[in-house]
Structure formats: C-alpha cells, structure tokens
Design a protein around this ligand. Structure first.
Ligand code: DON
Length: 571
C-alpha cells in the first residue's frame, strides 16, 4: 500500500492559514484518516493527530533532525490533543542517533516536596483515591517542558523558538475538532465544571468541525519559546500554577518547580534473538518488563505455534503474569530505591521464572504472589515516533495519566495538570486506576517519581533496520508493545498488520486475560479455558504509533486503526 504524500495537505494548510488569521472557516480541516505511510526517504512521523505529525514533518523539511521534529510534534499535541498531549504532565524519550548512540530521558513528574507517604489515607488508614485522581492534590510536579528543553539542548539542531511556532499558531488561530474529539470533550463536561468551575472546554455543545482556540495556552507557549522553557519553572507560568495551587490547597510550590530537572538515564539495552532493543529503564517499569517478556519467549517455538494460537497466548500470558508480579514488588524510582534491574533481566533469573511455566495449565496468580486489584477506568496517554533522513530515531510517550489529567486547567495559562500521583502505591495492596498494585518501592515520598508503565522503545536489527514504537494504555502499554514486536519480528507480519492484529493482556492481578472483541478464535479460547484461564472481553488495548526504517533506509510510518485521528506522515 502506498501512502499519500501528506505534505500536500501541509502546504494546503500553510497557504490557507496565515499567522494571525482569526476566521474559524479557515481553520485546518481534518484530512481523511490515513494511518499508514510508506516508501519515504527523508522522514516520517507517526502520532495521534494529523496536525502534530505535520508539525514534525515541517521541521524535518526545514533541515531539523528527529529531535527537533519531536519538540514540534510534542508541543502541537499539547494544543490539539489536550486529553493527553501536554505541558502539565511528563514522559520519557528514547532516542537513537545516527552515530549509534542511544539515550533515555526521564521527564516524569515528581511528588511535590510537601507530599507524604500516607497523604491519600484517612485517620483510619483507608485510601481516598479520589484525591489522587482528581483535583489539585493529584498533580505531580510537571516535567514535560523541562524534558523537551533538555532533549533539544543536547540533541537538537534548529533554534528552539522556531520549533514551537506551529503549536503557537494553531493555539492562536484555532483548529477544528473531529467527531471523536467532540465526543471526548462532551464526556468530561461535568469534570470541567466541578473540578475547575469552568474552563474553555466547558459549556458548549461540541460537535465535529467546531473550532477551538487556546488563547491562554498560546501565550504560555510563547513564554516557553522565549525562555527556553524556564518560564514554566520560574516565570509567569510558574506563578500562575503556584497561585492556583495556593487557592485550591494543592501542594506544588515555587520551590518544587524551581528544583525540577529532567534526568538522563542509562537506556535499558538488551538483545532479543538477533535484535538490539533499547527501552526505558526505571522509573518506568516498561523496559524491564518488556525485556523479561521478550527474553522469556526465546526458549519456546513461538514461530511455529503461530499468532493467536492457544499455546502462544497461554505462554505469553504466563510470562506477563510473572513480569507484573515482579513489577509490583521491585520497581520504583531508582533515585529512591534500589531496583535490581540487572538481576531481573539476567538469563539465570529469566530461566528460573520460565522454569515454573506449565505448558498445558495456568499458574494461578496467587501462587506467584499475593494481592488484589480492581477495574480499569478511562485513561489516556499518547505516543509518537519519528525517523529522519540522517538516521536518527525518536520514540516518546507522554501523559497526563487520565483523560485531561486531574481536570484542573491552570487559570490564565490554559493547560491541564496531570493526576500522576495515582501511579504511586497509595497503600500496599491497594490498586491504582489500572488495577496495578504496588509495594514499598513505589510508596510516596517528597521529590520521588512515581512508577510508570510507559515503554517508548527502539529496536535495531543486524541489517541496520530500526523500529520505533510505543503506546498509551497504562499497564497494557507493556503488553501492547510486546505483542506488536512478536507480530512483527516472530510472526513476520507487515508493520501495519502487526499493529492492527487483535491483542490480549494479563497483568498478574486480576488473574484474567483481557481480550479484544472476537479474539482469540473460539477453539483457542476453549483451549485456554481448559488450561484454567479466565477470559474477559475488552473494547481495545493500546494505540501504537510506530516508524520503521528498513535496511535500504526506506521509511514507513504506521498508526493504530483502533481510534480515529492517528496519522503517519512521510516525506
Ligand atoms: O505512567 C504510566 O504508566 C501511566 N500514567 C500511563 C497512563 C496511560 O497510559 C493512560 N492511557 N491510556
């Protein structure tokens, strides 16, 4: 399938919307959904929104590298995809530069200095998770702006200010929303009213084609552009955030903001079959769990068992069960707790974990480790992947945690804050919104980063091919990335098919396999039940945006068809 050249659309927008244009009729119209772009030489961007992908492509065309394009895409997502794109949240970037060096940047939120271990427990020790989910107390100190500035400072090449111009123009001039975007805004009207007392997203009968203007956010982005991000941490934006916190009894102070730093981590690099996998180390659990899962597959003959077979699903489930049990016990912020990363992904340890897998019967989760969990609520994060003509590749996942984070829009500054505090273990054995439980390693402490499942990943083949991928989905991020890699590398599906193929998920607790509708086939489902598994149907799992550079340097972008809006754009 040959991708349509979307730069045509871009030129179309550029001509139609000169800077400063206020006419709603001339706002960008959504082009027909196009999730796949292949056969390009000069660059490719895959993200959840066509305007964000186009912003990245425009930067590549101006001679920017994949890092520059990432900055443009990132800030554009903060405007056009406010449910998850953000400046009030955090994330992780995994980068592989053309010289073969790889990098992992941690711009995860941190607990405010006034946070404490039992802050979501009442006098009787009962958890009150509404405070970790909504409103000012749910917010961690945001890392996104520091993250983008640090990424650019080290690896970018075009001037920083230029990279934010597209996002600023869209925020000022408005953009038209899709049916899905209108529906999501309508779904959260009550939250906008109750938590915020009203914001620009409130009180409208949103429908497809409506235009949204983000005037305050445009000013905030201008200040961020002029100050290389400093304004967010010690300027006018910082003052707005702190004043909002003071008025609403939130915890984030000027000191919290002034002290925030994005941190370069040693990327988690491991081999799987003949591939080199580069992923995110703690405070994400993603890279470690992905390594355990992939390396755990090596001793089995998945290639002949086949995609969707009961045997493949069973053994992958057993691997997932064990990886998530480890996650709950061992993982947290490496600046606060010692995470035994080397041990958890060592061949001996993985051999000891797989030794317990029975090929014809489930191992009940309670035999592996005790715990309990509750259900998955509506959540949102966003991932994008970019490859440039120079051979650089970027994989970034960023989040506010839930849709629109803690639902607090910072007054005057126009951006939502995260509710990432819910990713801490508020009490041992109490599940977070993803049903994940945690222990001491992920308890709350001032200045600590909460454990994440975000798994931005880059895979390098011996033929010098490179795949970058990632997904939203809380705990299901890890298993989504795992399965797409199995589909692509073991079952040799073309990239788009590897992404579209139905998925399943097991996370130790609850002890059930979540399966996308209609999957697996009835006979495989019957076999799995006979092995002792419980199958539960779920609407969808994950949302992949990936780019691939083949051994001939041809570029492909592929996005998930599960949701509307994703778009891969090539040049
Ligand atoms: O860091 C994490 O693991 C979560 N805060 C991610 C949230 C998420 O993926 C929600 N999206 N669908």
């Amino acid at each position: 399938m040959k991708g349509i050249r979307y730069e045509v659309w871009f030129l179309f927008f550029a001509i139609l919307i000169p800077s400063g244009c206020k006419n709603a009729r001339s706002t960008p119209k959504t082009p027909p959904s196009k999730v796949y772009a292949d056969g390009y030489d000069s660059g490719v961007v895959a993200s959840v929104h066509h305007l964000a992908s186009l912003a990245g492509i425009e930067v590549l065309k101006r001679g920017g590298n994949a890092v520059d394009a990432s900055v443009a895409t990132f800030f554009t997502l903060a405007v056009v995809f406010p449910r998850a794109g953000n400046i009030g949240g955090g994330g992780f970037a995994v980068v592989r530069m053309a010289d073969g060096k790889s990098y992992a940047l941690d711009f995860r939120e941190k607990a405010p200095l006034a946070a404490h271990r039992d802050m979501y427990l009442d006098a009787k020790g009962n958890p009150h998770r509404e405070n970790s989910m909504k409103g000012p107390l749910a917010a961690g100190v945001p890392g996104s702006v520091a993250g983008m500035a640090e990424l650019h400072r080290r690896l970018g090449r075009l001037p920083w200010q230029d990279l934010l111009q597209k996002a600023i123009a869209i925020a000022e001039n408005g953009h038209s929303i899709s049916e899905d975007e209108a529906a999501v805004l309508m779904r959260f009207q009550d939250d906008f009213r109750v938590v915020n007392g009203g914001n620009i997203y409130l009180n409208r009968n949103w429908k497809k084609g409506d235009t949204i203007f983000h005037k305050d956010l445009a000013q905030t982005l201008k200040r961020i552009a002029q100050s290389y991000g400093q304004d967010f941490y010690s300027g006018i934006t910082a003052q707005m955030l702190v004043s909002q916190m003071q008025k609403t009894k939130g915890l984030i102070t000027a000191k919290d903001l002034a002290q925030y730093k994005a941190v370069w981590r040693k990327p988690l690099v491991f081999t799987w079959n003949e591939l080199t996998v580069i992923s995110m180390p703690p405070p994400s659990s993603g890279g470690v769990a992905l390594a355990q899962l992939l390396k755990g597959t090596e001793k089995y003959d998945f290639a002949s068992w086949g995609f969707g077979s009961a045997k493949s699903i069973h053994v992958m489930t057993e691997l997932e069960r064990r990886a998530f049990a480890d996650r709950a016990t061992y993982m947290g912020d490496p600046d606060f707790v010692k995470v035994p990363v080397e041990k958890l992904i060592s061949p001996q340890y993985i051999a000891s974990r797989t030794a317990g897998i029975n090929l014809i019967a489930r191992t009940p989760s309670l035999q592996i480790k005790e715990g309990r969990a509750d259900t998955i609520e509506s959540v949102e994060t966003t991932h994008f992947s970019i490859a440039d003509r120079y051979g650089n590749t970027v994989s970034i996942t960023t989040t506010l945690n839930s849709f629109f984070g803690n639902k607090v829009l910072v007054k005057g500054a126009g951006f939502f804050l995260n509710n990432e505090m819910d990713d801490f273990s508020v009490k041992p054995g109490v599940a977070n919104q993803f049903g994940l439980i945690g222990g001491e390693a992920n308890s709350i402490a001032p200045g600590k980063r909460m454990l994440s499942s975000m798994t931005p990943t880059i895979v390098v083949g011996r033929d010098s091919s490179i795949l970058a991928l990632g997904s939203p989905g809380g705990s299901t991020i890890i298993t989504t990335v795992f399965q797409v890699m199995m589909n692509f590398y073991v079952w040799k599906m073309p990239l788009q098919k590897a992404i579209d193929a139905p998925r399943f998920h097991h996370q130790w607790l609850p002890d059930e396999i979540n399966c996308e509708k209609g999957f697996p086939a009835i006979s495989a489902a019957d076999s799995l039940r006979k092995m002792g598994h419980t199958l539960k149907e779920l609407l969808r799992l994950g949302r992949i945006d990936a780019v691939f550079r083949d051994s001939n340097r041809k570029l492909t972008g592929a996005s998930d068809i599960r949701r509307s809006g994703d778009q891969a754009v090539g040049w």
